[in-house]
Design a protein around this ligand. Structure first.
Ligand code: NDP
Ligand code: MG
Length: 386
């Protein structure tokens, strides 16, 4: 029995993780759950999975959760400090880090300092502080197992291989909802259209990121840090069927790929069960029905966010944190209807152009760059993104 803590259990990855665990009850026990503010769903998850500790955003939410639970010896922690404390709990064997956005960085670092095994879904923390995270994880011998389907694929293809023998990594992308939409038509796309991803059901932030293709840019940075491979070797490949989750080409011309159904429960289950492979109840891929697997190059002009991500990957330093923070602000503004879809890359590019990069940043430099990018974004938004 592995004791599992799910950080961000009320989100898309969090709920999928609970579904995987429900199907494998004799293998995993849920000991901790966290939500930001959705205590309605957290309450139902507590009733179903009976964790011994949870964490919510603030004291007010903790009080109303306590009231709903009545007499219960559940331990309720609050805020970022609560998340950091929880990451060090002795009774946790493995943490699933499924909090979205930069809010995952501090609890992730705490999990590493406490030598936990981490199934990492969150990508923003790696983008912000990838070098530092991987260095601390190495020192602390904290194992990081990727959950993001592309990273899980690359990680499986690299298992037992000599990384110096890698020629290229092909990071596949479904292309998002606007793969076939002409650039002129992207001016007036609605929030609802942006959230209609053709292949995956996900949280709002990552759905918008998939439509601008910055999600693939974030994954480029994620892969660069996770596998210690230069960005020049990582090639984005549009693959609309989303069956090949990424590929690794070696110097001898051999290409290894991971193929599976388009269902996050597959990489989540493997991140939990590793190194074992457990029986899955999901429908297997039917190769007799799969008519074609297409691959195309990405359009860097239609999707400037991808170009910006490569630029930032080359620059390193604090530039990735700035890209990430500007994107978080831009996506939030877009979801509120305050900026147009094409305003997202415009805002990110403008903020990046004003940034003075700092190489080999420490954690405080990274947080400073993050705050600066948010303030700069706000200042630009006040005047309007053109
Ligand atoms: P969701 O928006 O669906 O869920 C986010 C979760 O994090 C919720 O539980 C939310 O709580 C919680 N949360 C959000 N902000 C904070 C914060 N500041 N502090 C504490 N908790 C917080 O996101 P997804 O599940 O889609 O994605 C999670 C992460 O996994 C992202 O980084 C994403 O890029 C990555 N990922 C997601 C995939 C997917 O298929 N969804 C695929 C690959 C990677 P509440 O519900 O209370 O707001
Ligand atoms: Mg992905």
């Amino acid at each position: 029995m592995k004791n599992i803590a799910i950080f961000g259990s009320t989100g898309s990855i969090g709920q999928n993780t609970l579904e995987v665990i429900r199907g494998l009850k004799n293998q995993f026990r849920v000991v901790a759950l966290t939500a930001n503010s959705n205590i309605e769903l957290l309450y139902r998850q507590i009733k179903s999975f009976r964790p011994s500790v949870v964490c919510v955003k603030d004291r007010q939410l903790a009080r109303s959760l306590r009231r709903r639970l009545g007499s219960s010896d559940l331990n309720i922690l609050v805020g970022e400090i609560g998340l950091e404390e929880l990451a060090g709990y002795k009774g946790i064997d493995q943490i699933v880090m499924a909090i979205s956005g930069s809010g995952a960085l501090k609890p992730l670092l705490s999990a590493i300092e406490n030598c936990k095994t981490i199934a990492l879904a969150n990508k923003e923390a790696l983008v912000m502080a990838g070098a530092l995270i991987m260095q601390r994880a190495c020192v602390k011998k904290a194992r990081i197992i990727p959950v993001d389907s592309e990273q899980s694929a690359i990680w499986q293809c690299l298992e037992g291989e000599d990384k110096s023998r890698v020629r290229s990594i092909y990071l596949t992308a479904s292309g998002g909802p606007f793969f076939n939409t002409p650039k002129e038509k992207l001016k007036h796309v609605s929030v609802a259209k942006v959230l209609e991803h053709p292949r995956w059901r996900m949280g709002k932030k990552i759905s918008v990121d998939s439509a601008t293709l910055i999600n693939k840019g974030l994954e480029l940075l994620e892969a660069m840090y996770l596998f210690d491979i230069s960005a020049q070797k990582i090639k984005v490949l549009i693959h609309p069927q989303a069956i090949v989750h990424s590929m690794v080409e070696f110097v001898d011309g051999v290409v290894m790929a991971e193929l599976s159904a388009t269902d996050m429960r597959i990489p989540i289950q493997y991140a939990l069960s590793y190194p074992k492979r457990l029986l899955s109840k999901l429908k297997p891929l039917d190769f007799y029905k799969l008519k074609e697997l297409d691959f195309r190059p990405p359009d860097f002009v239609k999707f400037p966010c991808l170009r910006l991500a490569y630029q930032v990957a080359e620059e390193g330093g604090t530039a990735p944190s700035v890209l990430n923070a500007a994107d978080e602000v831009a996506v939030a503004e877009f979801l509120k209807g305050k900026i147009a879809f094409l305003g997202i890359p415009k805002l990110i590019e403008k903020v990046l152009s004003r940034h003075r990069n700092k190489n080999n940043p420490g954690l405080s430099d990274i947080f400073l760059a993050d705050r600066w990018a948010r303030e700069e974004s706000a200042a630009i938004l006040e005047k309007g993104v053109k």
